[in-house]
Design a protein around this ligand. Structure first.
Ligand code: GAP
Length: 475
């Protein structure tokens, strides 16, 4: 019989090299390119501003982020239902929501040499320390004079049908939320729900952003994960509190270090036109504290507006008492791409192991694109066949890889960089006693385990609570 997991063979000496403060966004960009997570879009044509393509590991990681969000919203609760609404809706939706009139940014143009366009609020923030500060600002690139600001709508326009008439104009949605509000009545009747209840949706949104966006932090198209939670008006504040706590917990349960996260309440001059209170969950990215997710109390703004323009009654009527009210809405609105970026930034580490440098993504195992890599030590003596057998068995349960290319050290480095938590090595001993080496990505602990126990052991580890090994590590 083989040895059980936990028979430690050896743990190498490790020195951490890259404290968080020194991490640059470019390091993440380089890793994403090197390992096929994310590429600049239209690269062979010189790229396309603020647009990216996701490669194999990027897709897997992104799917895991979305999977964890669905788990928290649907699987672990019984008061939320799912929706997948259309991206192009009747333009009246955007009239009712206020996006046609008010979804604008103040745009200024350089009148000097470079003629670049900027968001006025961003330049004020950068040059005067506050986006609302009065005072002279100049072009951040060439120091030229700036034009007077003009309001610029962020919605992408398109035309439905062959004629480009005003009457055929439509918009790509700038948020998934409105698709939810206009389905309120459907869900109320067909899902037989009663407030408090929520409708959750993940999908692409589009914004004609003017300013460069720090990699995938701000892009022209992006995915949102939004829940509109409909509540009796008197319960709105208490549900707002509930959702702030729940959403902070989601990030920390998935391994984000609590000291890299904060909740920041919007000041009165920052609030969106629909919101009576909003708090942002912010993450300490390499470029500073920046918004990951907004949690807004939208009141009855959206249902009232859509009722007004559509002529439909959008309210809840209690079938017993006949009481009726327009529910208030609490909205946790997150970005998939931003969440993914924060998980990668938080997980990134460079350390020295016995004199050699290794880069490692210490992702939560549930987020890791690949959970287990099965590697034959040498490409002979029946080891590749044995490794393939183990891989075939494991991949029925979790995302796994079988890798024979290059030296074992090189293959481990590759797996460390994509964040694979467990490496399984088939060696000469495997051929004698049906045990393998199980290597832990973070501790580098290597133990021998019977092949017959491997699947159960990895499934157990995947289900366990996890905290980042960077927590408490010397920064
Ligand atoms: N329905 C409310 C709403 O859309 P928001 O704060 O504008 O609120 C919610 O967007 C989240 O969507 C943001 O916190 C961010 O994570 C993500 N997001 C917004 N604009 C983005 C962009 N241009 N690129 C990437 N993510 C974006």
């Amino acid at each position: 019989m083989g040895a059980a997991a936990g028979d430690r063979t050896r743990v190498p000496h490790v020195t951490t090299l890259t404290p968080m403060a020194e991490l640059r966004l470019e390091d993440i960009v380089a890793l994403c390119k090197r390992r096929g997570f994310i590429f600049p879009a239209s690269e062979i044509y010189g790229g396309f501003a603020n647009t990216y393509d996701y490669g194999h590991y990027g897709v897997l990681l992104k799917n895991n982020v979305k999977g964890e969000w669905w788990r928290a919203m649907i699987q672990e609760r019984d008061d939320i239902v799912a929706l997948d609404s259309a991206i192009i809706q009747n333009p009246k939706v955007w009239e009712a929501s206020g996006h046609l009139a008010g979804f604008t940014d103040p745009l200024v143009q350089c009148l000097g040499e470079c003629k670049k366009r900027w968001r006025e609020d961003h330049v004020r923030e950068q040059e005067l320390g506050d986006e609302h500060a009065e005072g002279k600002i100049v072009c951040p690139q060439c120091g030229g004079e700036l034009s007077e600001p003009r309001q610029f709508n962020l919605m992408f326009e398109t035309y439905v049908g062959p004629v480009h008439d005003e009457s055929d104009r439509a918009y790509l949605r700038p948020e998934t939320a409105q698709g939810i509000f206009i389905n309120f009545k459907n869900v109320l009747s067909f899902a037989r729900r009663k407030p408090p209840f929520g409708i959750a949706q993940i999908g692409k949104s589009f914004r004609n952003e003017i300013t460069p966006g720090n990699f995938i932090f701000r892009t022209l198209e992006f995915e949102q994960m939004e829940t509109e939670f409909f509540v009796p008006p008197v319960e709105a504040s208490q549900w707002h509190e509930h959702w702030m706590e729940e959403r902070m917990r989601w990030y920390t349960d998935l391994g984000i270090r609590p000291d890299q996260l904060r909740l920041r309440a919007h000041g009165p001059d920052e609030l969106s036109h629909y919101s009576s209170a909003t708090s942002d969950i912010e993450y300490l990215f390499p470029m500073g504290w920046s918004e990951l997710e907004g949690i807004a109390n939208r009141g009855d703004f959206d249902l009232t507006q859509h009722a007004k323009l559509s002529g439909e009654k959008l309210e809840y009527v209690d079938s017993g008492s006949g009481d009726r009210f327009v529910p208030h809405v609490i909205e946790p609105a997150a970005g998939v791409d931003r969440a993914m970026l924060s998980f990668m930034v938080d997980a990134y580490d460079v350390e020295e192991v016995e004199g050699r440098e290794r880069t490692v993504l210490r992702l939560h195992p549930r987020l890791a694109p690949v959970k287990a890599a099965v590697l034959p030590l040498v490409n002979k003596d029946g080891q590749p066949q044995k490794a393939r057998e183990i891989y075939e068995e494991l991949r029925r349960l979790m995302s796994a890889e079988y890798d024979t290319g290059g030296s074992i050290g090189k293959r481990y480095r590759r797996q460390d960089e994509i964040g694979t938590p467990w490496g399984i090595t088939v060696d000469h001993q495997t051929m004698e006693d049906d045990t393998v080496t199980l290597r832990d990505r973070d501790s580098l602990d290597q133990s021998r385990i019977a092949i017959s126990e491997l699947a159960e052991e990895l499934t157990r580890r995947l289900g366990e609570p996890w905290t980042s090994p960077k927590l408490g590590a010397a920064a």
